[in-house]
Design a protein. Structure first.
Length: 108
């Protein structure tokens, strides 16, 4: 299994829709990545340069292939991934503001 720090631009047009879908836990049932994707997007942080970032567990080659097809390409542009150890990405993002404060506080 691999972990990635994901950085991307979140589409302003679709941010409310993404938040609603996360609140309703719509992605949890997506196999095999729904739980990890939901955790990552719920804890997403805002970077100073206007992008957002989160850590994602992934098994695809190329990274996030299935997640992009199912969800990510509808909400994000310029996705970049950087290989990390588990929780290393979250540690780098810990001091940054949550994009969806209410969701990031929910245990998953």
């Amino acid at each position: 299994m691999a972990y990635y720090l994901v950085r991307a631009y979140l589409s302003d047009q679709n941010v409310r829709e993404l938040q609603t879908r996360l609140e309703q836990e719509e992605f949890l049932g997506l196999q095999p990545f729904g739980k990890s994707l939901t955790k990552g997007l719920s804890g997403m942080r805002r970077l100073p340069d206007g992008r957002v970032a989160w850590e994602e567990e992934d098994y695809c080659t190329p990274p996030l292939r299935m997640e992009r097809e199912a969800v990510l390409d509808a909400y994000f542009t310029d996705l970049q991934v950087e290989r990390m150890q588990a929780d290393e990405g979250w540690a780098q993002l810990a001091e940054l503001p949550l994009v969806f404060a209410d969701l990031g506080a929910k245990p998953r």
